[in-house]
Structures are given as C-alpha cells and as structure tokens.
Design a binder for this molecule. Structure first.
Ligand SMILES: Cc1ncc(COP(=O)(O)O)c(C=O)c1O
Length: 387
C-alpha cells in the first residue's frame, strides 16, 4: 500500500457503504477515467470479468472464433470459452514479445478466405508493455473486428500513437503532440485492467473495463449487477453476473492510483538496476522495449542463452530458489497448454513464445526491493553461471 488507502477505506466505513457499488466506486471510476483518458469505465471484481462482459456485449457464442495472444496469462482467454467460443492463438514477435501484427494479418486473411471472420481480437500488453494497438486497430478496422486490449498488467504504461505526430506546414518537420503518449489500452475498442494482488496497483482483487464506447460500458454495468432492469422490483430480461466491485476495494484503488506513477518509476529503476548488474554477462538479454513504448516494467524479464551463459534458465531458477529468492518462468504459451490442445496457433517455425518460455525468467521486481536486494539476486545469478 502506498499512502492514503487506509484513509479512503476509513471514509467508506464511516459512510457505512459496505456494498458492491457506492460512492467510492463512482469516485474510483472517475479518477481512473481521468488517469487513462478513456472516458467510460466500470469497476468490476476482476480483469477476467471485464473481458467476459466485453465478449458478452458482442454476443459471441458457440461456433465463433476469437484471436488472442498466445503468450499471456490464461485469464486473458478463459472468457472466450465461458461463452462457448474458440480461441485461435497468435504468436508474438521478437521485437516486443507482444502479438505479431503480421501474423494477425495472415490469420485474418485466412479467416476471410474461409468466410468465417473472428468475432474479436484480444492482444495482451505483456508484463506491462503496450502491444502495437494502433497497428492492430488498423488491421482489424478494415474488417470491423473489435479489439479488446488485455492491459491487465499494464496500469501506468504508455505508448506513442504516431498518428498524433504534428507535421509542420512550413518545413515538414514532425513534432510530438503531447497527447500522443497514450495510456495502455487507449486505442482499443475496449481495454481490460486487473487489480489482482500481484499487479502494479492492487485492490486485493478487482478489475476495470474501459472504453470510448459508452453503450458497451452502460451495458457492462447492467450485466455486472445481475442484469437488473430499472424497475421497483427485480425485473430481468437477460442473464447477468455478480461482477461489480465493492465500495471498500474501490477505496483501496483510489489510494493506489495516487502512487501509481511512483510505482512505475521505481519498477523501471529496478529494471535498469538489473540491466547494469547483469547486462554485460554473456548469454543474458532483457525484454526489449520498442521505440514509442514506455512500459511499466511490471516484471523484469531476462532471457538466458544456455550455450553462452554456461547453464540454463531452469538451473538459475532453482539456484535462486535454494537461496530463498523466488523467480518464475514466463507465462507458458496458451497453445502449449493441455487445456487448449487442438487450438490453432499462428506462428513461424518454432513459435517465438515457445523459445521465450524456455529461456525466459521473471526476476523479483517488487517496488519495495532495495539496491542490496538487487545486488544479492544478481550475485546468485552470476554464481550460477560459474556452476
Ligand atoms: C495478462 C493477464 N490477463 C488477465 C488477467 C486476469 O486478471 P484477474 O486476475 O484480475 O482476473 C491477468 C492477471 O491476473 C493477466 O496477467
């Protein structure tokens, strides 16, 4: 927790508004919209719920296909299966580790030839690094396919939309419109955020669905409250869910929003700290950050080339574990998950995501880490290379 969370929670208790929805939820939504610049949003119990409501609003159902990043957490795609639809996975590219727009293009062209277009595309902002949502939008807009950006991990991350570059009419030079730095998810039809306990900002559990499309958010709000129609009694004309965020958790969220910029700054510092300490070791490389991207570096992720480093990722991870330091493999790609056996994945030769999974390691990245903690983790990694 950062500072004023307890204050906000106390206010919620004092108002005796202990319920899903309430004044703290309204204020959290308003402040969230201001922070991200996305005008409409609804606070929910989780990021997974947010994706689910966006898909439900689109009326996706059995027989439909939804294209999604393969290198992601499963909560990104389970809502597709809740609705009885089928996910089709898209590999990532080397330059961003996010959905490869070229493969997306090929997948959509093939779907077009088959006469069965995907009903939505869900690219993930992996580890808080914004995907190329403007380019993905360009591709999808040609076919009217809605983009639901899974920005669950990307609170506080920003990217530049090149379309906002201002071209001088005098000499043709380009200057940046300050508005061109956009919050992760901004250019998507809908964006999903998670406030799960492990995220850069948390409400213990929670999520947000945000959009420029007011109709989507109005409908999602109704769906999140058991789809109760406006009537003095409980009247229902469709099936909804119990997905609304509690007033207490929204109070925590308001406090977290206030310290988010600091958190992003510290996570980026931690990333740089690792890079300074490990960057020169043979066989170690870091998650790239494409130009025009300013991720939140939610996690610092490295790749270990076993030939050059002298030992593999698994050995480094278990050495860290033996020293009471937790590091984790990357998300196991969805197309390699037994539960998605038989689902198609668009990739070239060996999937990039499969190699990243094999060689990648998420290092401890909590904002509370000190320089001494960083030294300790890096020394263990260096020792591991010497066997
Ligand atoms: C990429 C990604 N998508 C979706 C989710 C689901 O969010 P939640 O746990 O709030 O349901 C998470 C995190 O948990 C995530 O990391």
């Amino acid at each position: 927790m950062g500072g004023r969370e307890q204050d906000f929670v106390r206010q919620a208790f004092e108002s005796n508004y202990i319920a899903p929805l309430g004044p703290m939820v309204d204020a959290f939504e308003k402040e969230f919209a201001e922070y991200t610049g996305i005008p409409h949003c609804v606070a929910l119990t989780s990021g997974t719920a947010a994706t689910h409501l966006a898909l439900r609003h689109l009326g996706i159902g059995p027989g439909d296909e939804v294209l999604a990043s393969t290198l992601t957490f499963i909560g990104s795609v389970t809502p597709v299966t809740f609705e009885g639809a089928r996910p089709v996975f898209i590999d990532c590219n080397e330059s961003s580790w996010n959905m490869d727009p070229e493969l997306l293009c090929e997948a959509i062209a093939a779907a077009d030839r088959r006469g069965k277009m995907p009903k939505a595309v869900i690219p993930t902002d992996l580890y808080g690094q914004p995907c190329d949502v403007p380019r993905i939008r360009d591709i999808c807009d040609r076919h009217g396919i809605p983009v639901i950006c899974d920005s669950a991990e990307a609170m506080g991350a920003r990217y530049r939309n090149k379309k906002s570059e201002v071209r001088s009419q005098v000499d043709g030079s380009r200057t940046l419109n300050p508005e061109s730095w956009r919050h992760a998810g901004f250019d998507a039809w809908a964006a999903v955020y998670s406030f799960n306990g492990n995220k850069i900002m948390t409400t213990s559990g929670g999520g947000m669905l945000a959009s420029h499309d007011k109709k989507l958010i109005d409908h999602a709000r109704i769906l999140s409250q058991q789809a109760r129609n406006p009537a003095p009694w409980y009247e229902h004309t469709e099936i909804g869910f119990n997905y609304r965020m509690s007033n207490i958790l929204a109070a925590i969220g308001r406090g977290q929003l206030e310290v988010l910029a600091d958190r992003v700054r510290r996570r980026r510092e931690i990333f740089e700290g690792y890079r300074q300490r490990l960057g020169n070791l043979p066989g170690i490389s870091f998650m790239p950050e494409p130009a025009g991207c300013r991720g939140n570096r939610w996690l610092t992720v490295i790749l270990i080339d076993p030939q050059e480093f002298g030992t593999d990722t698994h050995a480094v991870r278990t050495t860290l574990e033996a020293n009471n330091v937790e590091a984790r493999p990357l998300w196991k790609p969805m197309h390699l998950q037994p539960v998605f056996q038989g689902c198609v994945c668009w990739q070239r030769q060996e999937a990039v995501s499969a190699r990243l999974f094999r060689e990648g390691l998420c290092l401890p990245s909590g904002t509370a880490m000190t320089e001494t903690d960083l030294d300790r983790v890096c020394e263990i990694i260096q020792r591991a290379s010497r066997g």
